[in-house]
Design a binder for this molecule. Sequence first.
Ligand code: ADP
Length: 235
Amino acid sequence: MTPIIVVKNLSVQFGNFLALDDINFKCYPGEFVSIVGKSGAGKSTFLNAIAGFIPYKGQIERPRNFGYVFQNYALFPWMTVAKNIEFGLSHLDKEARRKRVEEMLHKIGMLEFAKRYPNQLSGGQVQRVALARALAPDPQVLLMDEPYGALDHHTRERMQDWLLSIWQYTTKTILFVTHYIEEAIFLSDRIIVVDQKKFVAEVKVPFTRPRDSEVRFANELLTLKHQILDFMENN
Ligand code: ADP
């Protein structure tokens, strides 16, 4: 299979500060890959380089059509939910935009929230709309930067279940940044561990799909978590 994202010898420098050092990475269509690491390790920088938001050295190949979901500032506060979802659809005519927005609202179970503003939504609802907005133009790749980091434990787990339920019916490739190791294990096919500017390890997640919540209590999850923590601590 041809990889959908290829990164070769990627380095990112902010002034004199080297944030990523000689990263090589590949991922394949439909893969769900998480990037974990301590705060400041370079996770967001990696995603931002893939998105082309920041200057970098090296080579990055990725599809032109990608979506991005941020932890904060996920939505434009001055736009309604419907207008936020419509944001990336300017290539479509008015009727096609209306249909697509309705389809996305239906998909996220929020049809009746179309006219609300982001400050009238819960944190979980904001992140649902953010995902709908990113998916509306039907991108091949979705880049997600700690999307559920600000949510309480219970809401975060519900959002993870929900994300998987949406993802399994799409063919999207997802790169997901998080510092919650359990979250990475529950969601991903593969986990990359970043530490001090480098990719220090790669772990395959053995759980089959579809995954149910029981995986969160599996012994193998704890074993894997220990293994990943070791990679993070011993570098
Ligand atoms: P993570 O997402 O793993 O928490 P980041 O990728 O955000 O880490 O940051 C990696 C390092 O790069 C940190 O030391 C951070 O302070 C630095 N950094 C990130 N963005 C910038 C920037 N725009 N200018 C200067 N330094 C930055």
